[in-house]
Design a protein around this ligand. Structure first.
Ligand SMILES: Cc1ncc(COP(=O)(O)O)c(C=O)c1O
Length: 488
């Protein structure tokens, strides 16, 4: 195949050049009917490019196969057997992968630092999760991806599980030893799914952490919008080997997907793949150089510390994606939540994952000296302003023994079964019927089917007081909790 082609993008250009007109959705007719005030903000071109896939971009029978060609080009570029585009984020792709490997029944080994979209997959499928414990770092109060030994132990305990699912890189940039974990799974003939939502750039440069397909994973799910240059919601799943049926995988994606996929999202992913093939190595070279310098400069700001050495060693993570700059602000006497809010309000700079003591800047291939300087100047201003900021309320972090709750009911049964709403003071000892997920990063602390303990509630309540955001519980302040109604 010719990697200089970008079939979806080129078909879109042709659609525009030929001035095709459809008596089909979208009703805006490439922007003709749209309120000028909308066009002012969104631009005419975005509506011009928003065309329906068949009987629009392609003909009624999709006989030109633009999308399939774009997917094959991507698979070839990164060395996977197959690649599928999705326009509903990795949140959809990961559910499709889970359903495809399990057929919606039995057990799945899952790292407990999984994203909330994985938990939604459990609720929808009715699967029994067998949780793989991540390594907990009591000093840093964060978890590292699980070790191959832990995955091996889980297979010994649950040999009938369909597959294992791990997250790597995590939203902190830490990476699992995917190669060793894949071997552990494959020696039992079981597939490994890697949630690599944060890894779009990895296949295109040798100095980044190993990407899941090279390390032997069977399916890997990637959000192009996170670390690649695509629109929000652009996601890909890659497949290799013969442990997962490709037809089942694509049909599982089909039953979850929209029938009105966004051509804008497809075209951007297609163009991004070509750009990465042609220029990715040089772009990432430049980004890594910029990032290394930036990490040193931020670390030199009094009161700030960039996490690096402490994240990668024998008892921690296997590798680190340095483009995630996790900055500890605790020595400034403020919380990560305060830092993130202050930077947005005062410097118009938004940060990523934020917790009680850290704020994170994710550096992309788009960043350059100018944006690096913006970050540095803003962080210096933060360090100067910090002494005047109020001291943050304490967030009560659970001990490791209280951190991982026991799953006593299937997530689906707990979510869909009879529920009641109880004051938080009465929720300890009850079974959660909803998720409570500090966001970002998006790893649920409580999930349906888990027996709630006081330590988890103390953490979440004190977190909310300090600025933590919980997007999923019915009561975001967590004064009340939805729990399973149990017969006495
Ligand atoms: C580890 C992980 N997996 C999956 C997702 C979901 O990805 P998307 O936003 O593309 O749906 C996220 C999003 O933050 C994530 O961090």
């Amino acid at each position: 195949m010719d990697q200089n082609d970008a079939p979806v993008l080129e078909a879109l250009a042709e659609h525009q050049n030929l001035e095709r007109y459809g008596f089909t959705p979208p009703a805006h007719r490439q922007g003709r009917g749209v309120d000028p005030r909308v066009l002012d903000v969104l631009g005419e071109q975005s509506f011009k490019s928003d065309v329906v896939a068949s009987s629009g971009l392609d003909d009624r029978q999709s006989s030109n196969g633009y999308l399939q060609d774009a997917e094959s080009l991507l698979a070839e570029a990164v060395g996977a057997d197959m690649a599928f585009f999705s326009t509903c984020g990795s949140s959809l792709s990961i559910k499709a992968a889970i359903l495809a490997v399990t057929r919606g029944e039995g057990e799945l080994l899952i790292s407990r630092d999984a994203h909330k979209s994985v938990v939604s997959g459990l609720v929808l499928s009715g699967l029994q999760p067998r949780w793989i414990r991540p390594k907990w770092d009591n000093e840093l109060k964060l978890s590292h991806p699980p070790s191959p030994e832990t995955v091996e132990e889980m297979w010994q305990r649950y040999p009938d599980a369909s597959a294992a699912l791990i997250v790597s890189p995590t939203p902190y940039g830490t990476c699992a030893d995917i190669e060793a974990i894949a071997k552990v799974c494959h020696k039992r003939g079981k597939p490994l799914i890697v949630d690599e939502a944060w890894g779009a750039q990895l296949p295109f440069h040798d100095d980044t952490p190993t990407w899941a397909m090279s390390a032997g994973a069977d399916i890997c799910v990637v959000s192009v919008h996170k670390m690649g240059l695509g629109f929000e919601q652009g996601s890909i799943f890659h497949l290799q080997g013969d442990l997962v049926d490709p037809v089942r995988l694509s049909q599982c994606a089909d039953i979850l997907s929209t029938t009105s996929a966004s051509t804008l999202i497809y075209a951007a992913m297609d163009g991004w793949r070509r750009q990465m093939v042609q220029h990715g190595k040089a772009m990432i070279d430049k980004t890594l150089k910029l990032t290394r310098q930036l990490r040193r400069d931020i670390d030199a700001i009094p009161g700030l510390h960039v996490l690096e050495e402490e994240l990668v060693h024998a008892e921690a993570s296997h590798d680190l994606d340095i483009q995630h700059i996790m900055i500890d602000v605790s020595k400034l006497g403020i919380s990560g939540f305060q830092a993130t809010d202050w930077l947005r309000e005062n410097c118009r700079v938004d940060m990523g994952t934020t917790d009680h003591r850290r704020t994170e800047a994710v550096i992309s291939v788009t960043d350059d000296e100018e944006t690096a300087d913006l970050l540095l100047t803003s962080l210096r201003a933060l360090a100067e302003a910090a002494p005047e900021m109020p001291r943050p309320p304490e967030v009560i972090i659970p001990d490791e023994k209280d951190l991982f709750l026991e799953t006593v009911m299937l997530p689906r049964d707990a979510f869909f079964g009879p529920v009641e709403v109880v004051p938080v003071e009465e929720a300890s000892g009850r079974i959660a019927a909803e998720m409570a997920t500090p966001y970002p990063p998006g790893v649920p602390l409580l999930l349906p089917g888990e027996r709630i303990n006081k330590a988890a509630l103390d953490y979440l309540r004190s977190g909310v007081e300090a600025g933590m955001v919980l997007p999923d519980p019915a009561d975001a302040t967590l004064k009340t909790v939805r729990v399973v109604r149990e017969e006495l």
